[in-house]
Write a protein that binds this ligand. Structure first.
Ligand code: 9D3
Length: 253
């Protein structure tokens, strides 16, 4: 028996700390939190605001709509977060201008024992804070959401799934879609016939090797049809071609 690993430590700087209850309380991430696999420490910039109203934002220099989160307030919030999470923690800000998150970046960030996430609101955060105090800016994709909290939770969820023991037995993060560069195969459960649609016969055959071959052929076909961009870097192998032919999924060749 070995001693359990120290929990992964996440700090978050946010004006809406209550939003993070959902990550700590529900589902796979909630169970992992209960098991002590990760710990969360929340810092609200209002705690360290300049005035008694808790002001954290001001009007943008140069004019324009919206407000900007002030660098001095954010730096004091970061100082507090470091006291709670550890001085060695990397600082990740969620911004629409960041590096687009993917499985590769998840695996890079999952190596860190401690991370502090900075979630912005309003039009954004003063650039001088991002330049001087943030190690990495991350975006979750080319669409607009209302703030950095949901993006931070998505990134944290992806990282928690990679903590050893966070997923149930037999459920490996390495078997998840994207780890192997392909989309998942289709899934079925009872009933065997539903609104005239039958479960594919091979899944009822009990032939586990045939089932594995069918699933891989389905993954390949769906990736070619729906996400051809995922396959451009790897040529289809002889074996893959044979699989598609075996299940008559090769018509578009
Ligand atoms: C007019 C320019 N907009 C920038 C695209 C203003 C703006 C919109 C939304 C500024 C901040 C936000 C809030 N979004 C985030 O904080 C955010 C985000 C996103 O909107 N899309 C994808 N990833 C992310 S990470 C943080």
């Amino acid at each position: 028996m070995s001693t359990p690993d120290a929990p992964r430590r996440f700090g978050v700087i946010t004006l809406f700390p209550e939003m993070f209850d959902s990550l700590a309380c529900w589902g796979v991430t909630g169970r992992a939190h209960e098991q002590g696999l990760w710990a969360l420490s929340l810092t609200n910039p209002r705690e360290v605001a300049d005035d008694r109203h808790g002001t954290v934002d001001d009007r943008p220099y140069g004019g324009g709509p919206g407000m900007v989160m002030q660098a001095p307030v954010m730096d004091r919030a970061l100082e507090r977060a470091r006291e709670r999470v550890g001085s060695e923690a990397k600082v990740v800000a969620l911004t629409p201008q960041g590096r687009v998150f993917n499985d590769g970046l998840a695996r890079e960030l999952a190596k860190e024992q401690a991370l502090i996430f900075v979630a912005g609101r309003y039009e954004g955060i003063d650039e001088r804070f991002l330049e001087a105090s943030v190690d990495l800016e991350v975006s979750i994709g080319d669409f607009v959401v209302s703030g950095g909290e949901l993006p931070a939770m998505m990134v944290m969820d992806a990282l928690i799934r990679l903590i050893p023991g966070a997923l149930g037995h037999g459920d490996s993060a390495n078997e998840d879609s994207f780890a192997n560069g392909m989309l998942d195969c289709p899934h079925y459960t009872r009933p065997e016939a539903y609104r005239g649609a039958e479960v594919p016969g091979v899944l009822l055959s009990g032939d586990h090797r045939a089932i594995a071959r069918w699933r891989r052929a389905q993954s390949l076909r769906r990736t070619m049809d729906r996400r051809p961009d995922m396959l451009t870097w790897q040529a289809l192998s002889q074996e893959d071609r044979a699989l598609l032919k075996e299940w008559q999924l090769n018509e578009s060749e």
